[in-house]
Design a binder for this molecule. Structure first.
Ligand code: AMP
Length: 414
């Protein structure tokens, strides 16, 4: 039996990196006042299909939709924002605004698997609901950058930002874009011809080489922004400058989902090949209204854990705790081993029990192979004398330690 395409069995160093990434984000988000939320992995079909836009790739091609045994049409979540907006409404949290949520968990998209692109992957995200302030956009981007700083990844990353303006600005821009691309229809790819009908802004996202020149000559959204939208974006950029964050304005950055307005941003890297987006998000003032709720201006982002883990490389930060082995030498040792292990509880270390009454020499070899730092041999002699010999496998040094001092001794060494 094989695992499904685009999925992974996470273990060893890889999963330690996931933990490191998640614990860094969790702690940092907490200091910015974000509280953890965990929503279901599947939602009713309309949570995504009504909100992300039927023309978005995510909804048009990538969702895992299925009917359960009760004939309910459900969707595995492809992203975290729409479920949180749904939870906000179904839990009746309108009176509690503003709200700040942090989440971590698997997402599912039926995409073509390749380096950095999976069908089940993990996202860490934040959502700040009920905030109309441009300063909140900057605060959330600052948090994202700080997150990557703490992981030591900022030298390999950059912030790209753009504004989609309000709906009025976007509508005027849309008309201009349609006019422009209509006039050059013959130079558009099949995918972009579909986008021209459904969501022309998404043509700007196209990776198709044949239409890059046409796209770079297309009208720019900046020219269609009304005053209010321009001021809003200026305030976001001023804050980022004030914080000393290195960002660049990328006028082609539109992101693929319908619910965004005003600020959109991505943190990208050149080091992961084609899938260089590490983290992305933006403002979604209209989303909750689309779901039948009140107008709730909001901002959020999500980071891809697999890509961050790949960028972390073999960094030792995710290394194991120090490892201690208890090697039993005979039956008396076997009978006592768990008791000794219990005495080492609450130490920041891993304790491995190497059972069996034959071949202590062999067990030392095994301990070495397992990367154990210290080993304690436990047999009749040690049980009787209440004295233990601890060998440091990295230096070869041996120390005699009284049984009742063993935990305190390890504590002082770790
Ligand atoms: P998005 O929700 O598409 O903006 O994605 C946010 C982040 O999730 C991206 O910047 C990626 O790091 C990550 N991501 C999105 N799709 C995938 C995927 N199929 N496999 C792995 N990571 C992904």
């Amino acid at each position: 039996m094989q695992r499904p395409r685009g999925t992974q069995d996470l273990m060893g160093h890889q999963i330690l990196k996931f933990r490191l990434i998640e614990s860094t984000a969790y702690r940092l988000a907490g200091t910015f006042g974000f509280q953890e939320i965990s929503t279901p992995i599947f939602e009713h079909h309309e949570v995504f299909h009504r909100t992300l836009g039927e023309a978005s790739d995510m909804v048009a091609k990538e969702t895992y939709d299925f009917k359960d045994r009760g004939d309910d049409l459900l969707t595995l979540r492809p992203e975290g924002t729409a479920p949180i907006a749904r939870a906000f409404l179904s839990e009746g949290l309108q009176q509690n605004l503003p709200l700040k949520f942090y989440y971590y968990g698997p997402m599912f998209r039926y995409e073509r698997p390749q380096r950095g692109r999976f069908r089940q992957f993990h996202q860490i995200g934040i959502e700040h609901l009920g905030t109309p302030f441009a300063e909140s956009d900057a605060e959330a981007i600052f948090l994202a950058w700080q997150f990557l700083t703490e992981l030591g990844l900022t030298s390999k990353a950059r912030i790209e930002i753009n504004t989609l303006g309000d709906s009025d600005s976007r509508a005027r821009y849309r008309t201009a874009l349609v006019e422009y691309f209509q006039a050059h229809k013959s130079r558009l790819s099949a995918d972009s011809l579909v986008r021209l009908e459904k969501n022309p802004l998404r043509i700007l996202d196209s990776k198709d080489r044949g239409e890059q020149e046409l796209i770079s000559d297309a009208p720019k959204l900046a020219a269609y922004l009304n005053d209010e939208s321009r001021k809003f974006f200026d305030r976001v950029c001023q804050q980022l400058t004030h914080l000393g964050l290195p960002f660049q304005i990328t006028d082609r950055l539109v992101r693929g989902i319908d619910y965004y307005c005003h600020t959109v941003f991505e943190i990208t890297t050149q080091e992961l090949g084609a899938q260089g987006a590490l983290l992305g998000g933006g403002r979604y003032d209209g989303l909750i209204e689309t779901m039948g709720g009140p107008k709730t201006p909001s901002f959020g982002w999500a980071a891809g854990v697999e890509r961050l883990a790949e960028l972390l490389g073999e960094s030792n930060e995710a290394a194991n705790l120090p490892r201690i082995g208890i090697l039993t030498a005979d039956e008396a040792g076997e009978a006592e081993a768990l008791k000794l292990r219990a005495e080492l509880l609450n130490l920041p270390c891993e304790v491995h029990l190497l059972y069996g009454t034959t071949g202590v020499g062999k067990k030392f070899k095994k301990a070495d192979k397992m990367g154990l730092k210290w080993v304690v041999v436990l047999g009749e002699k040690e049980v009787q004398s209440h004295n233990l010999t601890v060998k440091d496998l990295t230096t070869g040094q041996q120390s005699e330690v009284a049984r009742n001092k063993i935990a305190a001794t390890f504590k002082s060494w770790i």
